[in-house]
Write a protein that binds this ligand. Structure first.
Ligand SMILES: Nc1ncnc2c1ncn2[C@@H]1O[C@H](COP(=O)(O)OP(=O)(O)O)[C@@H](O)[C@H]1O
Ligand SMILES: [Mg+2]
Length: 324
């Protein structure tokens, strides 16, 4: 990497709100209801690294993933791709970005066309990439090798494959575009635990062999802990803690990260006493820290001030007034 080169991608105070359908009373009263799924996320995605994005269901991970790959438009903030604002990208630069950022989905049933054979799925991706016809078959063979699939599977349909095999096809299809960045949104959540490790190892191997930058999204801290170079913990649309695994996993500073770690059964060291985290509260917390209603450490200042993500040590940021 060139010294001073911008990160592959930089998210700057990124926001996304969804408008909800209004009922009659809302319409008569002129009320617009919305949900802020991503609420001011700033993150750097470093070239050649694996960034783990963790947080419970509904915290905004998939929304963030779709913003990164351009499937959703942000309602605020900006995304810099190799230093350039996505909004200003046009023409071939925009196409390069769309090709260069690929996604792997959790649900392999709906992400692969059930009526197409694996060969067709991969060949079509290569055609979309602009690969000449004679080059496609050898490239399909290479892709299969890269994801550890047998060529015998090429004439099968997605439903004839196991969940793990389907996920490998999904990864191969993404690789067909020769992306610089792969966003894997809960790629192992639908798989048996025994298969999860294999897919995670495959992602690590692709990261090492191809220099592929990866954003690995999971609700399970244990899944990302093993392979990531950096970790961002999300809660209610925000990053509450981020840094290198050595910092975030061994000296977690945010009570929410501490709770996530306490929930990891084995393999990761638990630190300190059991931290108090109250059960999921109903409804959004207005003003102040989003986490305060569940936080045993919360003080009145947490109602008044909204904690920003601040350095709490080298390679370690935390958004908690009590942790600083
Ligand atoms: N298309 C949508 N329309 C309205 N609300 C949505 C939509 N997609 C997600 N949400 C809401 O946004 C929040 C974040 O969802 P999501 O990004 O899917 O989180 P995660 O992937 O972490 O489970 C949730 O409250 C969810 O209900
Ligand atoms: Mg999701």
């Amino acid at each position: 990497m060139k010294a001073g080169a911008p990160p592959l991608m930089r998210l700057d105070d990124l926001r996304k709100s969804y408008r909800l359908r209004r009922g009659l009373t809302d319409r008569l009263r002129g009320i617009n209801r919305g949900v802020t799924a991503v609420d001011g996320v700033s993150l750097s995605i470093q070239r050649g690294g694996i960034l783990g994005l963790v947080g419970e269901s509904g915290c905004g991970k998939s929304t963030l993933a779709q913003l990164i790959v351009g499937l959703l438009e942000p309602t605020g903030g900006k995304i810099l791709w190799d230093g350039a604002n996505l909004k200003t990208l046009a023409g071939s630069a925009r196409l390069e970005y769309r090709r260069g950022v690929q996604m792997v989905f959790q649900d392999t049933h709906s992400s692969l066309n059930p009526r197409k054979r694996i060969r067709t799925i991969l060949t079509e991706a290569l055609a979309a990439r602009g690969l000449h016809k004679p080059d496609r078959a050898p490239r399909v063979a290479t892709l299969l090798r890269q994801v550890g699939l047998d060529a015998q599977l090429l004439d099968r349909f997605p439903h004839e494959l196991s969940g793990g095999q389907r996920q490998r096809v999904g990864i191969a299809r993404a690789l067909a575009m020769e992306p610089a960045l792969l966003v894997a949104d809960e790629p192992v959540s639908s798989l048996d635990v025994s298969l999860q490790g294999q897919i995670i190892n495959l992602l690590r191997q692709l990261n090492e062999d191809l220099g592929l930058t990866i954003v690995l999204i999971s609700h399970d801290l244990a899944v990302v802990a093993r392979v990531c170079d950096s970790i961002a913990v999300m809660y209610a649309g925000r990053v509450v803690e981020s840094g290198i695994p050595d910092q975030v996993l061994t000296t977690p500073r945010h009570p929410y990260t501490q709770a996530l770690l306490d929930a990891v059964p084995r393999g990761l060291e638990r630190r300190g006493r059991k931290r108090g985290v109250l059960p999921v509260e109903a409804g959004a917390t207005q003003g102040g820290c989003h986490f305060r209603a569940r936080c045993a450490l919360a003080q009145s200042v947490c109602t008044e001030q909204d904690p920003a993500l601040r350095p709490s040590g080298p390679n370690h940021d935390v958004a908690c007034l009590m942790a600083l």
